[in-house]
Design a protein around this ligand. Structure first.
Ligand code: ADP
Ligand code: MG
Ligand code: ZN
Length: 467
């Protein structure tokens, strides 16, 4: 019997608030160490926390955006443990009554989303360890999945979609390098049909690549342990990027008993149903809904739709072009192939892109009306992207207007026929493939500006009729 992997992810997302979850300190990333701190986030005795309403609102947004039930009642709890980056000696989190439960993303069930505060950060130097408490008290949500994931690819796809939803809803900036989004992977393996195996947890994966690699390593490792008649011990592991392997951090025996109890300094969190409804009404159209709509309304492929929705601004851009041009397929092709390529080349995001949706829509209409040909369109696009000039202006200035006047094309075709007697004779004697050469000559004669369809038709008429 072959092995199958079972994976559950715990994802921490930093909420995009200006201030911390229980005090008024700023959450700015990269401030000088220990400058965004106060008695509350430093855990001074007697300092009292006060819950940040905006943080709750953002957590509600994510709950709703992932199809969770958001509870009108939830409870903050103390999770007690000692660590030098945690001056209070406990983290305020939610335990048995979380804010949101029972959602679903890409077919993976979400068990719960709860709110909590982040800890500070330790910096290890050669002969000293330093602590920066700027991050202490930064609002987080933790999104816990059921063990529904069966491969590293599925884990990556799930985390990708979670990140997109966080960014669409503006709940979190999704910046993994700065640690705004971190992931713990729980991994076990079992023979098909058997009950769940013992799992290990790989902590603090802060890139998609590391997530994929850590899971793959862990699956392989566990299978080889079990095939060697060993047993898997439940433990926490760290992914060593340089060695490309996971290593034990602590075993179950050393695991903490956190002694959770309700936080006495905070009230039960009561969220009015009307607030939840208001937040629901303010959600933007999310990736899944857009993918479904692009396929259904515009016949765009699932793969193309997935690319278009990856970034909300790009998806909005595409939708505007599609609407203005009245041609969604062309809008999808241009956005997917050309726009994304230029953004990549110029290393900019779409706000800095010089081709506005109106300009691209105009370009598509110029093509669809026959005013310019495909090759000219590419040239216009490149120039718009480089200079920001209007499409009509570029067509005019560069003389790119397509010749769609049948008389002018027929005139040119006659000249080609006269100048290429030998080839014309060959064609008329039955060498059909010489036609391509003659069309080429006609395009040359019109300096590439003849409407290609017309050029073909007129030249063929001329050759076939006046034999
Ligand atoms: P804990 O409360 O100890 O963190 P949970 O049971 O709440 O453990 O699970 C934490 C995470 O581990 C969840 O994402 C869950 O889906 C995942 N998980 C639980 N059991 C397994 C297993 N056997 N294999 C893989 N993942 C698992
Ligand atoms: Mg855990
Ligand atoms: Zn503070």
């Amino acid at each position: 019997m072959s092995w199958e992997a079972v994976i559950g992810l715990e994802v921490h997302a930093r909420l995009s608030t200006h201030t911390k979850i229980f005090c008024g300190c700023a959450t700015t990333f990269g401030a000088p160490p220990n400058t965004n701190v106060c008695p509350i986030c430093l855990g001074y005795p007697g300092a009292l926390p006060a819950l940040n309403r905006r943080a709750v609102e953002l957590a509600i947004r994510m709950g709703l955006a992932t199809g969770c039930t958001v509870h009108t009642r939830s409870v903050f709890a103390r999770k007690n443990y000692f660590y030098p980056d945690l001056p209070k000696g406990y983290q305020i989190s939610q335990f048995d009554e979380p804010l949101a439960t029972d959602g679903r993303v890409l077919g993976v069930r979400i068990r719960r989303i709860h709110m909590e505060e982040d800890a500070g950060k330790l910096l290890h130097e050669r002969d000293a360890s330093l602590v920066d408490l700027n991050r202490a008290g930064t609002p987080l949500i933790e999104i816990v999945s059921e063990p529904d994931i069966t491969s590293s690819e599925q884990a990556t796809a799930y985390l990708t979609r979670l990140r997109q939803i966080l960014m669409y809803t503006e709940v979190c900036d999704g910046n993994m390098e700065e640690g705004s989004l971190r992931c713990d992977a729980n991994v076990s393996v079992r023979r098909a049909g058997e009950p769940l195996g013992t799992r290990t947890e790989v902590k603090n994966l802060n890139s998609f690549r590391f997530l994929g690699r850590a899971i793959e390593y862990e699956i392989e490792r566990q299978i080889s342990v079990l095939e060697g008649s060993g047993t898997i011990v439940q433990e926490t592991r760290l992914f060593d990027v340089a060695a490309n392997e996971t290593r034990v951090m602590r075993s179950k025996e050393e695991a903490h008993d956190y002694r959770y109890f309700p936080e006495p300094d905070l009230y039960t969190l009561a969220v009015e149903a009307s607030w939840i409804d208001g937040v629901r009404g303010s959600l933007p159209a999310l990736p899944d809904a857009r993918i479904e709509r692009y396929q259904r309304e515009h016949g765009i492929s699932a793969v193309d739709a997935e690319v278009l929705v990856a970034n909300r601004e790009v998806a909005d851009y595409f939708e505007r072009v599609a609407r203005d041009a009245g041609n969604a397929r062309a809008a999808a092709n241009w956005t997917r192939n050309e726009v994304l390529r230029v953004l990549n080349e110029q290393k900019i995001d779409i706000h800095a892109f010089r081709v506005t949706p109106e300009m691209l829509a105009r370009l598509i209409r110029l093509i669809d009306s026959g005013a310019i040909g495909g090759k000219a369109a590419k040239e216009v696009f490149e120039e718009m992207a480089a200079s920001g000039a209007a499409p009509d202006e570029i067509v005019e200035r560069n003389g790119l207007a397509q010749v769609s006047d049948p008389d002018a094309i027929r005139e040119a075709a006659r000249r080609v026929v006269q100048a290429n007697e030998a080839q014309v004779t060959q064609y008329r004697a039955g060498t059909a493939k010489i036609f391509g050469y003659l069309v080429g000559q006609l395009m040359k004669e019109t300096r590439g500006k003849a409407n290609a369809e017309l050029a073909n038709r007129i030249l063929r008429e001329l050759l076939d009729n006046s034999a």
